[in-house]
Design a binder for this molecule. Sequence first.
Ligand code: UN1
Length: 510
Amino acid sequence: MEFLKQLNLGASNAGASTGQQWLADDSAEQLAIHSPVNGELIAKVSLCTQAQYQQVIEQAQQAFVAWRQVTAPQRGEIVRQIGQALRDYKQPLGELVSYEMGKSLQEGLGEVQEMIDICDFAVGLSRQLCGSTMHSERPLHRMYEQYHPLGIVGVVSAFNFPVAVWAWNAMIAAVCGNVTVWKPSEKTPLTAIACQHILKDILVRNNLPEGVFSLVVGRGAEIGELMLDDKRIPLMSVTGSTRVGRHAGQKVAARFGKTILELGGNNAIIITPNADLKVAIPGVAFGAVGTAGQRCTTTRRVIVHESVYDKVKDALVGAYGKLRIGNPLDQNNHVGPLIDQASVQAFSAALDKVQAEGGKLLCGGEVLSGEGYASGCYVKPAIVEAENHYQMVQEETFAPILYLIKYSGDVQQAIDLQNDVAQGLSSAIFTQNLLEAEQFLAHWGSDCGIANVNIGTSGAEIGGAFGGEKETGGGRECGSDAWKAYMRRQTNTINYSTALPLAQGIKFDL
Ligand code: UN1
């Protein structure tokens, strides 16, 4: 476990930090973090107390006053240095992500790469926080808009992307002039603590005040609730289940705060008779079993035309037969464990329920035991023949279950099936037919935030805006103009005449 040392993690770690400083409280409750890889204790973390939370928020408020005075390109320079440090720590941080969360090392490293990529993006963005200039209807008047920082951005991240989601939010927020308070998942706090250690040197070297990047490790029901209710946090960016997001969205809205919600997905791939199956089959397999089915972009449904249905079914079952399941740090394995045994139970329960509804299990579904599987978190990814309206198919089970659904009509029928779920994150079609592809991308096509052609549903690049519609929450993070959600827009009209003409031609003579 060389990576633990390289990342400065001890046997016990403080769970609250204002950047450079760790806040210690001997009476704080300690959380023991066990790896889903082998069940072993990795380290302990003390939970942030309520008093520490108040201290963090007050410090963050003060830091904001200083940080917003730093010019945006200079803030970009700090983010550039963070990107450089992440390059230096890519290997150990990727290993820790893999060990604490359970995803394959390739995907752990990929996650750190997403952090590096968003740093690069944010550096460029720091010189492009542009508003528009518009023509005024009044003579000798100028109108334009500008974007100002908001203040404290609260980031609640989930276990499945324990570090990248924070970076997407924190790096964009930082160049926009905001400070960030991060509450990572209680299931994966060590990766968050490691990131905080990586930042520390940069904050010290650049003489930055405490509170620009803060961390609070705590329970959702306690620290999470404090954040949702806290008027000092104008924007909450929440990644999690639809249930969590519905609650968070309502609470923050009640105090007129802003939210970016990144919630559940129920992502489908459509395979038409015109698909190149050499490309489609690995696309479906990676989408369905990558991160052991625990990405919000995981492929959960594959909607296949009847003319190629049996071929696709056989090819997928064949591909699943080749999956190597085991220690995710061993690069020979494709699939690691689920995050914990509760997730394993949810996987098994969903398979029981969908079979009771009429679903037919084609392969997988077993919980693995014996050598190498001691944590009890390893399962064999499952494929189930099912119908779209089944209750289990309509729900997001955060585990590797792929529902195989047949369609017999034209591509619109497949698109309608795809859209007929409550969630709207990611979607894809495999076809070499231009008409089908364009229909899928049309406004009467996929209703998701992400719609791909001839690539799978997961693995989005950071350059685009990431997020989805309907019960996925509507938030957008990462690239394009997603940065605008981290700023407040101000419209400015300047009169440089010696008269006071009113808009809409109103006369008001005194
Ligand atoms: C998530 O699962 O919460 O598109 C994020 C992807 C990754 C991000 C997933 N870039 O799969």
